[in-house]
Every structure is written in structure tokens, then in C-alpha cells.
Design a protein around this ligand. Structure first.
Ligand SMILES: Cc1ncc(COP(=O)(O)O)c(C=O)c1O
Length: 458
């Protein structure tokens, strides 16, 4: 009689690979069948929240089936292998040129750009160019270069805090307030001096989704230049808004139409509508990107300039970005973004009409809005409790304090993305209403200790 191979036992969960526990923090001695390993990893990941119900993230959680097919075809491409994958390299260039055009680069021939892993890397490249240009100008004027600073709102995304920390730049945060919920140029002059390498303006503030008035900020900098002779450039962090404003608010001048705007970043994986792993940064003119930051890599037997923090990284998302551009075109992007904003405004209106909530904004800039508890509604529960309650239905809705100077204000934020239909929005409202009914029915305050909080996803 044949001795039965232990791996032949079915069903899968009775096989030896499943019967024993897997090593979690060291490599196990023995191999495992691929089906077993697949099942183990798949099942671990099953305990994550459902990505489509994750209203904390800005990052794409739905693409169409042809995009999935393309993804599967090209996931082995390394973006840095420009010599080996010249077609992918060319598509990368087509993408940033399309984006430069969307952002009104004055002379598209002179613009320069690159893909990145996301907006964080893209922002750092923009910031590094500002720093190097400032250093060069100071050196040629015989002035010290040891104290660069960067001026931005206190509501910047954490990537700017990292940038300042990693690259030895003093961050100067202009506090937001109830009267000035975004950086608007109001007191900016107090923060600027000869060591300021630039100002960051945000198109789609992470905390609330609001646009900062880039034109107004630029006008304030014009006055500073006239009065103090300081010519301060702007980098626009358009992580989300960079792929919304060109389609939904084409009349807002926030991009390269403003001369002071040297560079702009966006996340292809947010409202660029591509799965995680791609960002973009573009400079209006290659003269704004100091040459000594650019490295040459071999490309088609020649040399190709690259400016990046990573070396290897996936090329598939760049190809997916091009797919999305071809698939949707201008009209398609406008329709998708308008539908998404429509859902955001619908939700904001409905939530704003509920007594416990007071809207911070209405989801009309990017399709994102925040709200706080209406003062005096109850002492029995707060927005953290509501986040926890919504989790019971699978919804991930973050609650967090606003940045410094307003950190006593606690808000909850909803990010609406492509894939959130009006039907799904109604389901969210159902969950929200029944959560509120339950919480309002409590006759004593929920204990403060032991509450878990929903993290603030950027
Ligand atoms: C304004 C802003 N900048 C930068 C980032 C970082 O983007 P990424 O996650 O693509 O690195 C975010 C992310 O939410 C953001 O909202």
C-alpha cells in the first residue's frame, strides 16, 4: 500500500502546514506548500478592515477590471531599469508631461518632472530643489547657508515635518485658527526672512480637504518682495487637489499660472485614480531644478536624468497611471471627480443636518469634509466613541484633533473616493444614524479610559 503523502490530506486546513502554527518572527526551517502559504497570508490579511469601507484613506481602493489585468501583466517592471524597459520610461515621461500640461506649465518643452513612490517623496524632491537653489544663491552672495527655514501651515501633512527633520531645515508653522482655517498669507511676513527657502501651499489640506488660496499667498509674497527684496518661491502640495482642481475648479489659479509656483506634487494614487505606489512632481522650468541634484542613469545606450530618493521601485503604477489617462481622458476624469464630489456634498449635507454634528466644511473643494460635535449635544459620548461604533458595521472613519493651536477641536473626517456610490453613502448614513441613536440612548458617560481611537490616516 502506498504511504500517503502528508501534503495530500484534504481539506486544506487539516494539512500539516495549517495544523502547526507558523513562525512569525523568524524564518521557519521547512518549506510550505504554496497553497498553504497563500492561505495563511490571505487569512492574516483578512483581519484587516475592508479597503472600500475605509473612509480614512485618500488612496485608491477601486480600479476597473482592465486595470487589474494590466497590473497583473506588468507588476515585474522596475521603474529604474530605464535601459531595459525603455517603453515604461517613455510612458513615465508622457505622464508627467500630461500633468505639466494640466497644471499650465508655461512652456511645456521646458517643464521637467518625475514619478515617485507617492506625494511624500515628491514633496521632498520639491523641497530639496528649493533648499539647493537657496544655498546656491546664498553662496554666490557670500552669505551663510546654515539656517534654512521653510514656511507652511500648521496643518501640513506629516511628510513636511519629516522633510524638515531629515534634511535639517527649520520648519516654521503658521498656526491655523477659526478665523484663518488655512494658510492664507495673512501673517506670513512674520515668518519669512532671508533664510526662507520657500513656502508650501496646500491644495487639499489633509485635516479637512480645504484648498489654500495659493494666489492670495503669492500676492502676500509679492508684497514682501517689493518691501524687503526677498523673492520667495512656492511649492504647492497638491497631493489630492492636483488631480481634482484641473477638472472641477479650472477657474482657480493655483498652479504654474502663478509665476511664484516653482514646483507641484500630487499623488497618482489618490485622485489620480491609481492603486497605491505612485506620485508625481513637476517643475515649471528645468532651470528651477538644480542640476547637481540630478543623477544620470544609462538609458537606451545614452544617459537619462533621474532625481529620486529610491532606486528600485515598481513601474506598474506608472503604467496604470497612463492607462487611467487614456481610459478616462479629460471628460472621464471630470465625470468621475464630479460624481465623487457629488457624493461628498450629499453626505456633508445630510450629516450637517444631524443635530449632533457641526460641519467644518462641505466637501466642495476636494471630496473630503470634516465635522465636529455640536457644542452641548452630550457629555455621554464623543466622536471617538462614534468611530468605534461605526467599526461594528465595517466603516473606518477617523477622529482626531486639529493641529497645534486648535488641538482642543476634535473632528471626524470622511474621504470620498471613486467607488463610493450614492447607494453606499446611504448605507453609511444608516449606520451613522443608528450609531447616534444607540449612543444618545446611553444614560451615563462612556468610560474615557479604554477607548480605542481610529487613527488619522493621511
Ligand atoms: C496634503 C498631503 N500631502 C502629502 C501627503 C502624503 O502623500 P503620500 O501618502 O502619497 O505620500 C498627503 C497624504 O494624505 C496629503 O494629504
Amino acid at each position: 500500500m502506498n504511504k500517503r503523502n502528508e501534503f495530500e490530506v484534504n481539506p486544506i486546513f487539516a494539512r500539516s502546514g495549517e495544523v502547526r502554527r507558523c513562525h512569525k518572527y523568524k524564518l521557519s526551517e521547512a518549506p510550505m506548500l504554496p497553497e498553504t502559504a497563500y492561505q495563511v497570508v490571505h487569512d492574516d490579511a483578512m483581519l484587516d478592515g475592508n479597503a472600500r469601507l475605509n473612509l480614512a484613506t485618500f488612496v485608491t481602493t477601486w480600479m476597473d477590471p482592465m486595470a487589474m489585468k494590466l497590473y497583473a501583466d506588468v507588476f515585474d517592471k522596475n521603474m529604474i531599469d530605464k535601459d531595459e524597459y525603455p517603453a515604461t520610461a517613455e510612458i513615465e515621461e508622457r505622464c508627467w508631461r500630461i500633468i505639466a500640461d494640466l497644471w499650465h506649465a508655461p512652456d511645456p518643452e521646458k517643464a521637467i518632472g518625475t514619478s515617485t513612490t507617492g506625494s511624500s517623496e515628491a514633496a521632498m524632491l520639491g523641497g530639496l530643489a528649493l533648499k539647493r537653489r537657496w544655498q546656491q544663491a546664498r553662496k554666490s552672495a557670500g552669505k551663510p547657508i546654515d539656517k534654512p527655514n521653510l514656511v507652511m501651515s500648521s496643518a501640513v501633512q506629516v511628510c513636511w515635518e519629516k522633510f524638515a527633520n531629515y534634511f535639517d531645515i527649520e520648519p516654521r508653522y503658521v498656526p491655523i485658527s477659526a478665523d484663518h482655517p488655512t494658510l492664507d498669507g495673512d501673517v506670513i511676513g512674520d515668518y519669512i526672512d532671508e533664510n526662507t527657502i520657500g513656502v508650501v501651499a496646500i491644495m487639499g489640506v489633509t485635516y479637512t480637504g480645504m484648498y489654500e488660496p495659493v494666489q492670495q499667498i503669492a500676492a502676500a509674497l509679492d508684497v514682501i518682495e517689493q518691501e524687503r527684496g526677498l523673492d520667495i518661491p512656492i511649492h504647492v502640495d497638491a497631493a489630492s487637489g492636483g488631480m481634482i482642481a484641473p477638472f472641477l475648479q479650472p477657474e482657480i489659479e493655483w498652479d504654474f499660472r502663478i509665476e511664484r509656483v516653482h514646483s507641484i506634487n500630487t499623488s497618482g494614487h489618490k485622485y489620480g485614480l491609481v492603486y497605491p505606489g505612485v506620485g508625481w512632481v513637476v517643475w515649471a522650468d528645468r532651470a528651477l531644478l538644480p542640476e547637481d541634484l540630478v543623477f544620470e542613469v544609462t538609458y537606451l545606450g545614452g544617459e537619462m536624468p533621474t532625481f529620486a530618493l529610491n532606486f528600485s521601485r515598481p513601474g506598474a503604477q506608472v503604467l496604470l497611471q497612463y492607462y487611467a489617462f487614456l481610459r478616462l481622458g479629460h471628460e472621464g476624469y471630470r465625470e468621475v471627480q464630479a460624481a465623487t464630489r457629488n457624493v461628498a456634498e450629499y453626505l456633508a449635507l445630510a450629516i450637517g443636518q444631524m443635530e449632533p454634528f457641526t460641519l467644518w466644511n462641505h466637501g466642495s473643494d476636494i471630496p473630503v469634509f470634516a465635522y465636529r460635535m455640536t457644542e452641548g449635544h452630550t457629555e455621554n459620548w464623543d466622536l471617538y466613541d462614534l468611530s468605534n461604533k461605526l467599526r461594528e458595521d465595517g466603516w473606518l472613519v477617523p477622529t482626531y484633533p486639529m493641529p497645534d493651536d486648535m488641538s482642543d477641536v476634535i473632528v471626524q473626517r470622511i474621504v470620498v473616493r471613486n467607488g463610493m456610490s450614492l447607494d453606499l453613502a446611504d448605507k453609511l448614513l444608516d449606520s451613522l444614524r443608528s450609531a447616534v441613536t444607540f449612543l444618545d440612548g446611553l444614560d451615563s458617560p462612556l468610560p474615557r479610559s479604554g477607548r480605542t481611537t481610529t487613527t488619522f490616516s493621511h
